[in-house]
Design a protein around this ligand. Structure first.
Ligand code: ZN
Length: 696
């Protein structure tokens, strides 16, 4: 195929040529690049074997890295545009390309010749002379080859493929059932008096839902915002009980369905119970096929945690320490509810009275804080903070090729030298996916022409400026910005030159949230607040009284929240440790066991939470839900060194930069953490930050 008009996606650029990228160029470019990569790989492997050379870094991996970077360079802006400037053409081009990429990646992971070449390289004398980053890249590749089943015998390989296929079907069915069950139930309310307590926004939502169904009045649904608004604000207790019951039985044999005449029946058509059982059995079989003891061990093969015992012990410790605080939180709630006239607090009352208690105790709203956090002031302050910490300078670049006038572009300097750059796309707008995230546009790597510097995309969805009023952020949004910038620094400050382990590449996923959550700490520091806050009219920094309220409210019911997350984590992890063919665990029984052991409050017997636990049955969190708490412990513990040595201590900042941020995925995260902290992580700092006293 000839390209009479140059396709910019097939050229190499320092930065993506956004203004010239068109949807119709996407699929031809990706398909041409994949064909190039495929031919290049074949040629490389053939020439190594024809000349009887041993595979080396220089004759195999370096050229592969260079070739695959071309594909990455084309794909990064496409994937970004699909998220931030979505339209039908781009979505179609993206979907078609994703299918091609998935196929190509599967092909790579099943390439036995390539696997053997990596193996040969790992066993060669040359391996010992490679850098730590190069060794780690090879070790990771070999690990991923094995996890992909390439080393299995022919028969097992077939079985492996069947299991993967079936597991993916089951995951899709599981989430479809949750979705269908969520949509199957609704409640039509004609009399607004039933909804007393609901805020305006929730009422408007419910009225809109009614209109969509061509009904008068209001419709309550099981979509989270609708469900949660009722649980939190509806004064009508029977209504809360009804919606709670429908919500927690979704996708079980007790799932509820609203009929056209508004009557409600119980249906088993969305029941996930059998899917859970089959998923567990297949995961176990898959793990055994690959030589692991159980699925939890398979999960940990790519994580920072070293053994199932370590994870269980970690969760158990957190449970033991936080249980008394959860009990105290619960007792306080019961006492408050009793004073309000509710003597027998039920599951459908806890959110409702918790919100009332929170308002009574702290009375600080996100809206009240907004005026102190104009976006410009926050960004400027955030750059000043990282300048103090890591001796880097962030400067805006005014001339650059972009896809939208709102986007800004910045360059980072260290010792006057440019080391990285990033796009900042802050505001919500039409055709832009919600949420906040960091993605890489270019990865740091060594090329024939020198070092390719890393480039990041930082994307948020904050409220844009309205009229002559600047964009004002809630404190939650400020925290989000710091979080994503933390991921960005991890990607951009790396000094590793091997693409596979540079920046956030190759970082174990229970460690990847360390830099992001770490940077959030400065949003709460009395010394940092004056840098990032200033009333948009007067310039006055956030008053201390408001900060104190914010800090006090931060730990509201932290014991109960901690224990709830631990309950889910323990359930998930034990499920994948204890399941075997001779011990086919029933998920519900195990969940009850875990609750008997750690919970301070038991949900009603009809609760079927496990049937909609999509994180572990339809998402990537199987035997990995503990990662949330794990990463929080790491970031809190890392920050505690700054609390000891000064939150703006430049030497401590330099140490974090050198031990963690610059190293990317080049070494085991435990090693890097120990280098920075001088010891293994401890849970004390996290507990202390949550207001849980640590006694020896
Ligand atoms: Zn994150």
């Amino acid at each position: 195929m000839s390209h009479s008009i140059a396709n910019p996606l097939l050229e190499m650029h320092i930065l993506p040529p956004f203004s010239r990228i068109k949807a119709e160029q996407v699929e031809p470019a990706i398909s041409a690049l994949i064909a190039q990569n495929r031919a290049h790989l074949q040629q490389l492997l053939a020439s190594i074997s024809a000349t009887s050379q041993a595979p080396t870094w220089d004759n195999l991996i370096a050229p592969l890295e260079a070739q695959s970077d071309k594909l990455d360079q084309a794909w990064a802006p496409i994937s970004h545009l699909n998220s931030v400037c979505n339209n039908d053409e781009m979505r179609a081009a993206y979907t078609a390309s994703i299918a091609l990429l998935t196929e190509f990646n599967t092909e790579l992971s099943q390439n036995e010749t390539l696997y053997k070449a990596y193996q040969q390289l790992a066993q060669s004398d040359g391996y010992a002379h490679l850098s730590q980053a190069q060794k780690q890249a090879i070790d990771n590749a070999l690990r991923d080859f094995r996890l992909g089943g390439v080393a299995l015998n022919a028969q097992d390989k077939i079985r492996y493929g069947e299991i993967q296929q079936r597991l993916s079907e089951l995951a899709t069915q599981f989430s479809n059932h949750v979705l269908d069950a969520t949509q199957a139930w609704y409640k039509h309310v004609v009399d607004a008096a039933v909804l007393i307590g609901l805020p305006e926004s929730a009422l408007a939502q419910a009225a809109q839902a009614a209109q969509k169904k061509s009904l008068t009045g209001y419709v309550l649904t099981l979509d989270f915002p609708s469900y949660y608004a009722v649980m939190m604000y509806a004064d009508n207790r029977a209504l809360r009980e009804e919606i709670y019951t429908a919500y927690v039985t979704r996708a079980s044999a007790e799932s509820k369905k609203t009929n056209p005449d508004h009557s409600v029946t119980i249906t088993a058509e969305f029941d996930n119970t059998a899917i859970i059982a089959e998923t567990l059995a297949l995961r176990y079989e898959l793990a055994r096929l690959l030589g692991f003891k159980h699925y939890a061990e398979r999960s940990l093969a790519t994580k920072m945690a070293q053994s199932p015992e370590q994870v269980l012990d970690f969760l158990q410790q957190l449970a033991t320490k936080s249980k008394p605080y959860a009990a105290r939180d619960y007792a306080e709630l019961c006492e408050f509810a009793a004073a309000e006239g509710c003597q027998d607090l039920q599951a459908w009352d806890t959110t409702y009275y918790s919100e009332k208690l929170r308002v009574a105790k702290y009375a600080v709203s996100q809206e009240e804080l907004r005026v102190y956090f104009p976006a410009e002031k926050v960004i400027e302050g955030m750059f000043a903070i990282v300048q103090k910490l890591f001796a880097i300078r962030v400067e805006p670049v005014l001339e650059f090729d972009t896809y939208h006038p709102d986007v800004r572009f910045y360059r980072i300097y260290k010792n006057q030298e440019p080391i990285a750059s990033f796009y900042l796309d802050m505001f919500a707008r039409e055709a832009k996916r919600g949420g906040a995230w960091m993605a890489d546009a270019r990865v740091r790597r060594k090329t024939d022409a020198g070092i390719q510097l890393p480039v990041a995309f930082l994307t948020c969805n904050f409220t844009p400026p309205v009229g002559d009023k600047p964009s004002l952020l809630t404190h939650d949004e400020v925290t989000t910005l710091f979080h994503e910038f933390g991921h960005g620094l991890h990607h951009m400050l790396t000094q590793i030159d091997v693409a596979a382990v540079s920046g956030i590449n190759g970082v174990a996923w229970d460690a990847v949230e360390l830099p992001s959550q770490f940077l959030e700490n400065w949003c709460w520091e009395p010394q940092a607040i004056p840098l990032i806050s200033g009333h948009y009219q007067t310039g006055a920094p956030l008053p201390k009284t408001l900060l104190d309220k914010m800090l006090a409210a931060k730990n509201f019911q932290s014991g109960l929240q901690m224990l709830r997350q631990i309950e889910f984590s323990l359930f998930d992890f034990r499920l994948h440790v204890e399941y075997s063919e001779t011990n086919p665990i029933v998920a519900r029984d195990l969940l009850q066991q875990v609750r008997n052991q750690v919970a301070v409050v038991q949900p009603p017997a009809f609760n079927r939470f496990e049937n909609s636990f999509s994180h572990i049955f339809a998402g990537g969190y199987a035997a990995g839900y503990y990662s949330y708490k794990w990463a929080e412990v790491l970031s809190a513990d890392a920050f505690s060194r700054f609390e000891e040595e000064g939150v703006f201590n430049a030497a401590t900042g330099e140490s974090f930069l050198q031990s963690v941020l610059q190293q990317g995925g080049s070494q085991a995260p435990m090693q890097l953490f120990k280098e920075f902290r001088g010891r293994e992580p401890q849970i004390d700092a996290l507990l202390r930050h949550c207001g849980i006293e640590v006694t020896a």
